[in-house]
Design a protein around this ligand. Structure first.
Ligand SMILES: Cc1cc2nc3c(=O)[nH]c(=O)nc-3n(C[C@H](O)[C@H](O)[C@H](O)COP(=O)(O)O)c2cc1C
Length: 117
């Protein structure tokens, strides 16, 4: 499965580097196009909102979206931890597959590997 991801401060990039998957795309501008099914891996922006570039990307690629995983910061944002996944899930009617804290644990990485298969 293709994994489309966004990373602003490097946490998700670190996870993606460790997973070393074959079929990935990084959202840089939001104008990227896909033509196959994908899982989205996103960070959260202020108060758990969807990052603008991810929002833009989904506007024209959502028909291929199969599920969403995310990284948030539970210590700094306990009330809106990974909240943007719930927003995306509701708006596009796809499942929230997994939530990690910052760069995740070894167990999280193993779980993500399974999910992205
Ligand atoms: C301005 C700002 C707002 C954030 N708001 C939230 C939030 O509401 N909920 C949350 O879980 N994480 C929040 N975060 C934390 C990021 O989602 C988290 O650090 C994530 O791992 C960043 O991924 P990245 O380093 O790949 O960009 C926020 C981070 C920043 C910089």
């Amino acid at each position: 499965m293709k994994v489309v991801y966004a990373s602003r401060t490097g946490n998700i990039q670190t996870v993606m580097n460790k997973l070393n998957l074959a079929n990935t795309l990084k959202i840089e501008t939001g104008l990227e196009e896909v033509c196959e099914d994908f899982i989205l891996f996103t960070y959260n922006d202020g108060a758990g909102v969807v990052p603008p570039t991810v929002d833009e990307f989904l506007k024209h690629n959502s028909k291929y979206l199969k599920g969403v995983v995310g990284s948030g910061n539970r210590e700094r944002h306990p009330d809106t931890w990974n909240f943007c996944l719930d927003i995306i899930s509701k708006e596009y009617n796809v499942p929230v597959l997994y939530k990690i804290n910052t760069t995740g644990t070894d167990e999280d990485l193993a779980r993500l590997k399974e999910i992205f298969k």
